[in-house]
Design a protein around this ligand. Structure first.
Ligand SMILES: [Zn+2]
Ligand SMILES: [Zn+2]
Ligand SMILES: [Zn+2]
Length: 387
């Protein structure tokens, strides 16, 4: 890395474990670091619904115009400023054995060297009886959208260990992720798989073993070990989202245009998003999840001073300051999505406890600690659905 890091990993507290502390003044908008994941994988329903992404780096493969046409179901739509689309299809490449798509030969070769040699079905048309196809089918039937985890992330992790020249190195990286107790692991599995989770974990474990058994990590294939692995991706998996249309919009925003042209373009984009929302709702991105060695160290705050960004429209994550940060301050992100963030302390704590297994004691939660334990009617309904 060229510039020295402005944050340092330090022990924060017994309850929070390690986190990022600013060691230099940080300005709003600064990217503190960027990193590639240990593993990443697109969600299965997302891929099933034809959100085309590079099978390795998750870069969106549709052009912005193709993307816009599909999402608003208008096949004659023409986007102005095609130069703002960053997609270059001439660089695309496929696995010659199974035809999965990559954004470049580099991604194809990297994937093959890291995990794809073990995961390639070597079939150009899908054979539903292949153990890996069966595993995916089972997962899709267990875990409907909105997707939050992915059995193929587990599969890629096993395959990565299988193919690693230095297996200790990757196992050492994994050992840094947060540890959970057996009871907490059950809670996570319950949350992700529903009431029948124990039986379903067994089914997933059997099929994963059949497809990918690996001696180096023998314990991962035992019932306890598999539950732990599952909990690891459940609590540490970071959502990844990419979109060629968003990239096009961002590039359009940067264009230097006469004011009337700017107004026309902005109106066009507003109308486009309206049409997309009518046709496709909020599901507009290629979505998946990934494990990041560094980024996963960032703790949560309901009043964060940083956010996770994907500055290259692929799986490279960046940690970006959302305000000025002084040396000594902890750099925190918010694990909650936009709608969850505005909720009462009671609701926020419930979501965090159930999904990430911790009690939030951020400044905002402490400040609101005296508030009555009430939720608005909408929140109560959600609480009922969730329980
Ligand atoms: Zn790629
Ligand atoms: Zn292949
Ligand atoms: Zn909080």
């Amino acid at each position: 890395m060229a510039a020295p890091m402005k944050v340092e990993i330090q022990e924060i507290s017994q309850s929070k474990g390690r986190g990022f502390i600013a060691i230099h003044p940080i300005c709003e908008g600064e990217i503190l670091f960027e990193e590639e994941p240990i593993v990443c994988c697109q969600f299965l329903w997302n891929a099933f619904y034809k959100y085309a992404a590079c099978d390795h780096c998750m870069k969106a493969l549709e052009t912005a115009e193709e993307n816009a046409r599909r999402l608003c179901n208008n096949h004659t739509l023409v986007l102005p400023h095609p130069e703002c689309c960053s997609v270059n299809k001439q660089l695309y490449s496929v696995c010659p054995h199974c035809q999965v798509q990559y954004c470049s030969e580099v991604c194809r070769d990297t994937a093959w060297g890291m995990y794809h040699e073990s995961l390639c079905t070597r079939q150009s048309s899908k054979d539903p009886d292949h153990p890996l196809e069966k595993l995916q089918e089972i997962w899709r039937n267990l875990h409907f959208p909105p997707e939050t985890a992915n059995i193929m992330l587990v599969a890629r992790l096993i395959a990565t260990v299988k193919q690693a020249k230095n297996k200790d190195l990757i196992l050492q990286k994994l050992s840094k992720f947060c540890r959970t107790t057996k009871n907490e692991e059950k809670e996570i599995a319950h949350k992700l798989l529903g009431a029948e989770f124990q039986a379903q974990l067994d089914v997933l474990r059997t099929h994963t073993t059949e497809a990918l058994h690996e001696e180096t990590v023998e314990t991962w294939f035992t019932p306890e070990g598999f539950n732990s692995l599952f909990a690891l991706i459940g609590t540490n998996g970071q959502g990844v989202g990419t979109s060629s249309l968003s990239t096009w919009v961002n590039n359009c925003d940067d264009l230097d245009l006469p004011s009337t042209d700017r107004e026309t373009l902005d109106a066009f984009i507003d109308k486009l998003y309206e049409d997309i929302e009518k046709e496709s709702g909020n599901f507009t991105n290629c979505e998946g999840s990934a494990l990041y060695a560094l980024q996963s160290t960032a703790n949560h705050s309901c009043e964060p001073n940083a956010e996770v960004v994907f500055p290259h429209d692929n799986f490279i994550v960046g940690l970006k300051a959302t305000c000025d940060i002084q040396p000594g301050e902890e750099v925190c992100i918010c694990y909650l999505d936009c709608c969850q963030r505005g909720r009462s302390r009671h609701s926020r704590q419930k979501i965090l406890r159930e999904n990430y297994l911790f009690r939030c004691d951020c400044s905002k939660c402490l400040l609101e600690a005296g508030d009555p334990e009430e939720t608005s009617s909408e929140e109560s309904e959600d609480d009922m659905e969730e329980s």
